[in-house]
Design a protein around this ligand. Sequence first.
Ligand SMILES: [Zn+2]
Length: 423
Amino acid sequence: MNAEEASGLGDRAEAMIDALAAASDDPGRLTRLYLTPAHRRAADMVAGWMAEAGLAVRMDAAATVHGFLPAGIEGPRAGKRLLIGSHIDTVVDAGRYDGNFGVVAGILAVEALRSRGIALPFGIEVLAFGDEEGVRFPKTLISSSTIAGALDETVLDMMDADETTVRQALVAFGCDPAALPREAYRRADVVGYLEVHIEQGPVLDRTNEPLAVVSAIASQGRYHVRIRGDAGHAGTVPMAVRHDALAAAAEVIAMIEEIALKGARASLVATVGAITVRPGAVNVIPGAAEMSLDVRAADDAGRDAAVAEIRNRVRQIGARRGVVVGIETVHEKPVAVAAQRLTRALATAIRTVTGAEPRALMSGAGHDGQAMIHLTDIGMMFVRCRAGISHNPVESVSVEDMGLAVEALVRTIVALAGEGAVS
Ligand SMILES: [Zn+2]
């Protein structure tokens, strides 16, 4: 590979990432939630780059920016398009590369294909989704679900913290919620979906590898655990007759960790990330506790088994302590397995640019591919990020790795074009 060319691509990516990072709704830190003024600025910037790269640009009813390049070669696949996307929304006080680099990589890859005079037998469409993180509204993947034809329209009535509904926010952004069903693509019109994303974990940094192929996006479930005991005077109620909801919650949390540690080989992870206690006073025995539970695994069966064991043990803890315990399912997303024809093309491309066989990683984090798999085959490439840190302002990806990722994406596209590509 031409090293100079790849590092040139990395420099371009870094400049675009810098520009996007300035589009924030919080002074001094990066926060860009769905359908906010910062989202508008980032979308406009992306649309401008797409137009400069020679793509036909439009914004759809869910505020996704589309940049389309028609096929350059006549043939049976000329009416189809290969989708390449990621998201431009961020978490609060975010890093600069999560999602954003995938969009930048897509634009730079198309630009490189054009400048190298490579004509493709199918169209390419770069997508900048606006809602992957699900921070503003209690729902994720609204934008990719729209294209995949998998949008649950009850989402439109969900509200943010200021009681603005998704519907109102879309209208204020200039989008037409009534047009959402018409944005769904047809399976027959799509070649596949590719996404480049930072790993957001420490494996590649530890193994000193720049790129990896994603084998699957983990099976994921979110649950709400409620524990009801009896509040009482912290000084007068003897220990033996207490029904302390928080003490029960502590035992439940330790039990969940124990189950997850046991399942570590099946990539099982379980996290209690939030807890509230009532009444929450120094001299009152806690009467109620509520907590979140997030469980992920390499397959649906592994997740289901872990959740079933947690439910069972929670019942035992509740019975022994005389507290009422309930676990409510918030949502469950099945594992999204990457398509072999796409992972093969990605692996070959990565091998060509890095000179080494790439490892296959499961993504513990959720991605737009979980929605896009309802439409078409998905394939993902991971890029090393420093110390595996993400969702954090110190998130960092090297210019060299970004250049390699864009070059590998270009070669993946050329491989998928197969015989039809003229280089
Ligand atoms: Zn992301």
